[in-house]
Design a protein around this ligand. Sequence first.
Ligand SMILES: *[C@@H]1O[C@H](CO)[C@@H](O)[C@H](O)[C@H]1NC(C)=O
Ligand SMILES: *[C@@H]1O[C@H](CO)[C@@H](O)[C@H](O)[C@H]1NC(C)=O
Ligand SMILES: *[C@@H]1O[C@H](CO)[C@@H](O)[C@H](O)[C@H]1NC(C)=O
Ligand SMILES: *[C@@H]1O[C@H](CO)[C@@H](O)[C@H](O)[C@H]1NC(C)=O
Ligand SMILES: *[C@@H]1O[C@H](CO)[C@@H](O)[C@H](O)[C@H]1NC(C)=O
Ligand SMILES: *[C@@H]1O[C@H](CO)[C@@H](O)[C@H](O)[C@H]1NC(C)=O
Length: 648
Amino acid sequence: MKRVKSELFKIVMNRQRSFQFLLFLALCYILIVTVIQVPFVLKTPLSSDTLTPPLQLKTELQLDQKQSPSRPTIVVNQSENEPYKYLSRLNFDDKDGLLLGIDKSVIEAFQVGCKFWRELQESRKFQGLVNATGVENGTESCPHSISLSGFEFSDKGRNLMVIPCGMALGSHITLVAKPKKGHLEKEPKISLLREGQSALVSQFMMELQGLKIVDGEEPPRILHFNPRLKGDFSGKPVIEQNTCYRMQWGSGLRCDGWGSRAEEETVDGQVKCEKWNRDDDNHSERSKTRWWLNRLVGRTKKVTVDWPYPFEEEKLFVLTISAGLEGYHVNVDGRHVTSFPYRTGFALEDATGLSLNGDIDVHSIFAASLPTSHPSFAPQRHLDMSTRWKAPSVLPGPVEMFIGILSAGNHFAERMAVRKSWMQHKLIKSSNVVARFFVALNGRKEVNFDLKKEAEFFGDIVIVPYMDNYDLVVLKTVAICEYGVHRTAAKYIMKCDDDTFVRLDAVIKEANKVADNRSLYVGNINYYHKPLRNGKWAVTYEEWPEEDYPPYANGPGYIISSDIAQFIVSEFEKHKLRLFKMEDVSMGMWVEKFNSSKSVEYVHSYKFCQFGCIEDYYTAHYQSPRQMMCMWDKLQKGKGKPQCCNMR
Ligand SMILES: *[C@@H]1O[C@H](CO)[C@@H](O)[C@H](O)[C@H]1NC(C)=O
Ligand SMILES: *[C@@H]1O[C@H](CO)[C@@H](O)[C@H](O)[C@H]1NC(C)=O
Ligand SMILES: *[C@@H]1O[C@H](CO)[C@@H](O)[C@H](O)[C@H]1NC(C)=O
Ligand SMILES: *[C@@H]1O[C@H](CO)[C@@H](O)[C@H](O)[C@H]1NC(C)=O
Ligand SMILES: *[C@@H]1O[C@H](CO)[C@@H](O)[C@H](O)[C@H]1NC(C)=O
Ligand SMILES: *[C@@H]1O[C@H](CO)[C@@H](O)[C@H](O)[C@H]1NC(C)=O
């Protein structure tokens, strides 16, 4: 039986292909290197802020802001009464109703926001999420197993199996499916390369997704498993595996048939990549004869049997993915194929969805040994209402640095991770540095209600009372300047995001390198960047008429001196501040304007990482809550170089 099988599997992928095929491979190579290699990495905008996503400004922007006849009046509420402690004093009013463009959107957002805020003030006894989503019972009860037919799976085009309580150690999912025949990929991007030509592609993506981790954005992919039957840039079939958080991919694990190296670490004792037959591998012929020889001579020496690539077009396969101690194991037709070690920042119980896309026909899916309960997923549950995490109050007198952290109403888990990690730094505990989250109001009442409760309890949230909108993040930046200047008298003002990990002492040291009497702008500075004029994140000429952006520091972490912040606030109050939807570019523009009257020292350092984390970082970006905690741990323990918590 074994022999017959091995013979069968010896049928290597078509060897006698014509000259055309070679040509095709060459073409494939070029295409794949440029396009297909990263087909699922969503392009992020040049200046990307986590909160700067698909943008659509329907109204026209006044080209010359300086000539605006009437600019809004800022309503500053001087009251220090309890409910206003955590309300930003920034407001926007348009008494004359003359505003256009982004300013008009600002007015509208503030009007809606103020209405929400008033409602929030009135509904003190509102029960919030407790009733709204019925999470009062604490745990959900989930099925031990789930089975779906292909029809049920692809119902409504979702191609998603929801695993309500996630996975646990020993959980496994079995998929019966058939890869579709390769199709000609006629993506315009590809045909750009060679006119009139297209590439033959057959691939599918199986993903374990964290559906309930984030609200209102792409779920993280805890495991991305992507077999490319027609090969990738190498021209040979491969299996790619990876993780993705907030559109940021990790470093891929690529199995190409050569197998893992002997010295490579294993996962639960299994290799990351199994070997399979490659048509350019002569070794198989020899090993075949040796195998027969060994059989005849009866040697006990371990023999290696070569298997073909596990997937074939239009051939049914049974794939099982199981959760081991150290990682996910994938078996196809009963044979181990790959193992993917768990990555920091992603947990088994977070894997609450299985999606399948690409050239595949799903016949059935079956998940078993699932956990039947899960600590509720209501994001609010991430809040740890312990007094330990409360913010110390601002002491009278100057502080070294004020840090404004951009956040969104529903980012409960992210804020908690920041509180438990770098906000525990002694400089913050001693109030030498003050950090606050800047959050606008959400469209959902319950979220606002919970946000207010959170703000009251922790004392580290500043609510900017406008209706949250990706195009208006820039208002939070102005609010940060206002707060830093007027409420804390800080020497430096830093802006970061709630998925930025900040190494406080390193950041302050960097700022202190500049002479005290100089104005400064420190960060990962981009020079000569141009606006993207087409595509998903296009910036129109109305929004940005100039060809270049001014030099600007990337949004996830930059520092300005307080005189610049003061200038921004006063320009805003004088109705002269030009607002652009990208907050980091806006800051670059304001600093440039300031620089024309008093010279600013621009300090560039790549250690304010825009994409992920590097050794010896000052700030790291795209860190999931778990990664934040891990980085803080490493920083506490490791006396040496600061280390990252991912394999990016
Ligand atoms: C200012 O604060 C007082 C409470 O002290 C409040 O009654 C009033 O409505 C506030 N004004 C604005 C514009 O929010
Ligand atoms: C919340 O539930 C309680 C009973 O548990 C009920 O009396 C109350 O009306 C509910 N509130 C809302 C807003 O649904
Ligand atoms: C909570 O549990 C009680 C019984 O313990 C049940 O009657 C009720 O429906 C549950 N509520 C929700 C929202 O699951
Ligand atoms: C196998 O090796 C021989 C030389 O040893 C070479 O001529 C031949 O092209 C190789 N075959 C493949 C498929 O690479
Ligand atoms: C800043 O201070 C240094 C000495 O600390 C002095 O030499 C320099 O002239 C000052 N620069 C300005 C612009 O005041
Ligand atoms: C800042 O101003 C100085 C002159 O005051 C100029 O030389 C420099 O290029 C300006 N820097 C930027 C980044 O605009």
